[in-house]
Design a protein around this ligand. Structure first.
Ligand SMILES: *Cc1c(COP(=O)(O)O)cnc(C)c1O
Length: 457
């Protein structure tokens, strides 16, 4: 193998500026500033091209669940590439890793979910969701049942269907989204939108928006409700304890499908295999991606309940839907090895019994910082609300300047946290140790102090 000659940071940045259109990026601003080049990683740590070591409290983009530097995953990919680098699953074919991965996922999924449709990403998984939900109701003889209800500030990906199912206003504003047949209800975001109500009352109110929307549209028009167990990209929004039980009551009363988007919560993030198990939900479909391969290769999928799968299989004939890379053998081999690691190292148990209680206890202490108005989290997901006056839940001007400032200070001080407006969020690799959690919390304190000082200027 011939290695290309190494490039220094300035050379890489110049090439990047000239040729690389980045996702979710203001290119003019990035061009002026220069890209941060991440060169290597190990465990929970990243190194950039200037040699800085950075604690990755986001696990990449919520995905590197087993941590960086896992040679087993590299070897699984290498072996599979030599054996069979690609073959499709169309035309009555399959490959061993894809078959085994489907079976292994069915083993950890809720008991009524036994089949998997493979995709290349979370966005593709949600395109499949929209196709599958509509196909299901067609087969049930109710073709008018087409509308999907999502939530404002939910995130389901960036393709046309994914962005439409999601409720991100800035995404909708670019490209006339959502597409017809997708509507949104308010989110269960008490800190931001709960006003004078208690979290419990607000949770009931937010859930009842689903019932109100179903009645407004007519239940004969509504195909499904889609939601993340805990909103990730929206700002790690943990719903009030009353929310999911009330949603369940409503779903039991009306015949519509429940789609639980497990792209972040799946594969151990909450201390259960899936967020649906954490909240005791009974989904009809679960889109998955991210932690499915710990991000080592792109892969997504939809876990399908027996009710939906049996209808598609028994009554459906051919479903005209699929991707070239559905069930990609190398991605599947990595997914399978990733599941083996999660299982053999008892990582989900470690999150539930050890890492999550410890992280939540340690970050809860950050409420003593003058900038922090709320700390919340579940499993290895956490959020801090930056406020101008914590006694009144008073927020900074809604431009996200405080959050952006804090995020930049974090990176300069060796910590990746993400800012959603003025909400700082984290989602570290599941293998983070107690000692590393201590380091993380120390870094956060220091960066909050620096942010508070910078805001005073
Ligand atoms: C990231 C994400 C997606 C989209 O996944 P991609 O692989 O980026 O397409 C969908 N749903 C949720 C909940 C996500 O967090």
């Amino acid at each position: 193998m011939i290695q290309p000659p190494p490039l220094n940071t300035a050379e890489l940045q110049a090439m990047d500026r000239a040729h690389y259109l980045h996702p979710f990026t203001d290119h003019k601003a990035l061009g002026a500033q220069g890209t941060r080049i991440i060169e290597r990683a190990e465990g929970i740590w990243l190194w950039d091209s200037d040699g800085n070591r950075i604690l990755d409290a986001m696990a990449g983009l919520w995905c590197v669940n087993v941590g960086y530097g896992r040679t087993e995953l590299a070897e699984a990919a290498y072996r599979q590439m030599l054996e069979l680098p690609y073959y499709n699953s169309f035309f009555q074919c399959a490959n061993p890793p894809a078959v085994r991965l489907a079976s292994a996922i069915a083993d950890i999924a809720p008991a009524h979910m036994n089949r998997v449709f493979f995709a290349g990403s979370g966005s593709e998984a949600n395109d499949t969701v929209l196709r599958m939900v509509r196909r299901y109701w067609d087969l049930k003889g109710q073709p008018q049942k087409k509308t999907v209800i999502g939530r404002i500030n939910g995130y389901h990906g960036s393709t046309v269907a994914g962005a439409s199912l999601g409720g991100m206003k800035p995404m909708h504003a670019q490209g006339d989204l959502p597409i017809p047949g997708i509507v949104h209800i308010p989110q269960p975001y008490w800190f931001g939108e709960g006003g004078e109500q208690s979290p419990e009352d607000f949770g009931i109110w937010a859930a009842q928006q689903l019932e109100a929307k179903i009645l407004e549209l007519g239940v004969d028009q509504v195909a499904a409700f889609i939601a993340e167990p805990i909103q990730g990209a929206g700002g790690v929004i943990v719903p009030p304890a009353t929310y999911w039980p009330e949603v369940k009551r409503i779903l039991d009363a009306y015949e519509i499908l429940l789609v639980v988007d497990e792209v972040i919560c799946g594969f151990g993030r909450t201390g259960e295999w899936f967020g649906s198990q954490y909240y005791d939900l009974t989904p009809d479909l679960m889109p998955i991606a991210k932690g499915m391969t710990s991000g080592y290769l792109p892969m997504g999928g939809v876990i399908v309940s027996d009710r939906v799968a049996d209808t598609l299989i028994e009554e459906g004939g051919e479903f005209f839907h699929g991707y070239t890379y559905s069930g990609h053998p190398v991605a599947a081999a990595v997914g399978l090895e990733n599941l083996r690691i999660l299982r053999d190292e008892r990582i989900v148990d470690y999150v539930r019994k050890d890492a999550a209680p410890y992280l939540q206890e340690r970050i809860a202490g950050l409420i003593d910082h003058p900038l922090v108005g709320e700390v919340r989290g579940v499993g290895l997901l956490g959020a801090l609300e930056l406020v101008s006056d914590k006694t009144r839940r008073a927020r900074f001007a809604g431009d996200g300047r405080a959050g952006g400032l804090c995020r930049d200070i974090c990176v300069r001080n060796g910590l990746v946290m993400r800012a959603v407006g003025d909400t700082m969020i984290m989602s570290p690799p599941l293998i983070i140790s107690r000692a590393e959690i201590d380091q993380l919390v120390e870094l956060i304190w220091r960066c909050l102090d620096l942010t508070a000082a910078a805001l005073k200027e």
